[in-house]
Design a protein around this ligand. Structure first.
Ligand code: PLP
Length: 471
């Protein structure tokens, strides 16, 4: 009877029978209760919802009168076929689609996908088995609000060695994703903060900040990353950046701009940089570029990263490294909340890192993604100069620029018709003016199997009606 678990309000001015009638009617129209289903007897539903039988009787009579249900003697009430009902209001058929009912694609170039073929399941299982044991009874209880110390220690060591981040475990806060940590950071920075966001940029920043136009300043991005001179002429006090691999253009913030950005932050007391280093583990050319946090001399960088790319997005573990003055503020204001990551998961990850499996996994994945990238580069070369690649130095997505008079939306529609999921760069803009004079597609390649990359790209080009020019 769960499908009839309606929230009726006893103190509403709308009578209970009318509320019940409306709820059941809606459930029938939007398909939650399907045609032919037997609905509970008046007595049972009255008991279940703690209302009187008369309430249910009134509601059912109205539904019978309108043809939504039929009353069959000695058998009960049954949901009717809606197609036979001429008077159903169309407007009520607005169905909220969930993930499962979205259009399905045969090739998915979404930037959020990872390679699921290469995950070390047996090792993860081994670590889980060691953690889920009676000798770890304390894991059943709440741990430290910032996350378990052992995991914060592992992250601290890893960050220092791989990203040059200088911090102590005490400065780290674990959270169930960047999505969960960003609102916390925004609250921590206070009401007066005005946020610069990259344009185009990570959609989360739009969702979180754009509703409040006065608190948000979109800052344009070019081939060298975010244009810091624009930031200097704005009233922003905090800048959110993805310097290692700009999302979604893939640009790497140039050395000059890094220095310029840090100097901007040093020019006023309340200025901060939020450095989102989400896919920095995967850099394919040149030497790794250290984080901004590592070269910051004045505690002005809030460092943010995630295990969504390096391990799996479903793990929901990300972390923030707060400058010392902000960690003090965090402890005063927010340490009353429990950590948002389950402790068992924290401990499994901690073990995975401590035993050296994480480093091994990263090395393996770097090779796999690099291989995928090489195939893409080679395949796209045949379409040059109609299609060019940029942003391919790091991460699991790159940018394709097209020499065509067709608008970007048309290309995306062609791909969709062919069952291929791609995103146009315009989807990532936070301003209505198009900053680009050529169509661009953000191509996530993490989720496509190595063997399928070449044909997937060729199918995409065919769908976009782009012909090979060279061999
Ligand atoms: C720019 C950027 N930051 C962070 C993330 C990760 O977010 P989360 O930690 O909530 O999975 C993503 C997507 O994977 C991203 O594109």
């Amino acid at each position: 009877m769960d499908f009839l678990m309606f929230q009726l309000e006893a103190d509403s001015i709308i009578p209970l029978y009318e509320q019940l009638y409306t709820e059941i009617k809606q459930a029938i129209i939007n398909g939650t209760i399907e045609e032919g289903v037997k609905i509970p007897s008046k007595r049972k539903l009255a008991e279940y919802l703690s209302v009187s039988q008369t309430t249910v009787e009134f509601a059912y009579s109205q539904l019978v009168a309108e043809g939504f249900i039929s009353s069959e003697p000695r058998r009960g009430f049954y949901v009717q076929n809606l197609a036979e009902l001429a008077l159903i209001e169309q407007r009520t058929s607005i169905i909220v689609q969930d993930e499962g009912s979205k259009a399905s694609y045969s090739i998915d170039f979404s930037p959020g996908k990872i390679d699921t073929e290469s995950f070390p399941f047996s090792i993860w299982r081994k670590c889980s088995k060691e953690v889920i044991s009676e000798s770890n009874k304390d894991l059943l209880l709440l741990g430290h609000p910032q996350g378990d110390y052992t995991l914060r220690q592992q992250i601290c060591t890893y960050l220092y060695q791989s990203r040059g981040v200088r911090c102590t475990p005490e400065q780290i806060i674990l959270g169930s994703g960047t999505e969960q940590l960003m609102p916390l950071i925004i609250r921590l920075l206070g009401e007066k903060a005005v946020f610069g966001i990259e344009n185009p940029g990570y959609p989360l920043t739009h969702h979180l900040l754009l509703d409040d136009q006065e608190k948000t300043v979109p800052i344009s991005v070019d081939a060298d990353g975010v244009i810091v001179s624009q930031l200097e002429h704005s009233n922003a006090t905090v800048m959110y950046v993805t310097p290692s691999h700009q999302f979604p253009t893939g640009a790497v913030l140039s050395a000059t701009r890094r220095t310029q950005l840090l100097s901007w932050a040093y020019q006023a007391e309340n200025r901060y940089i939020i450095e989102d280093d989400y896919d920095s583990e995967f850099r394919y050319t040149g030497r790794p570029i250290p984080s901004l946090q590592g070269i910051d001399q004045n505690e002005r960088v809030i460092y943010l990263s995630t295990f969504s790319k390096s391990l799996m997005p479903s793990l929901r573990i990300a972390y923030a490294v707060l400058p010392k003055q902000l960690i003090v503020k965090y402890k005063q204001k927010y340490s009353y909340y429990a950590a948002t990551v389950p402790r068992m998961d924290q401990q499994i990850l901690s073990k995975f890192m401590e035993s050296g499996y994480f480093a091994k996994h990263l090395n393996k994945m770097r090779k796999i993604y690099k291989r995928k990238l090489e195939i893409i580069t080679k395949t796209i070369a045949a379409y040059d100069p109609l299609v060019t690649i940029s942003g391919e130095q790091a991460g699991m997505h790159l940018l394709l620029t097209f020499e065509t008079v067709k608008p970007e939306s048309e290309l995306i529609a062609y791909a969709k018709q062919a069952g291929i999921r791609v995103y146009g760069i315009q989807e990532y803009l936070s301003t209505s003016d198009n900053l680009f004079n050529k169509p661009k597609i953000v191509l996530g390649f993490g989720g496509i199997e190595v063997e399928k990359i070449e044909t997937s790209i060729e199918q995409l080009m065919e769908a976009l009606k782009i012909k090979k020019l060279s061999l």
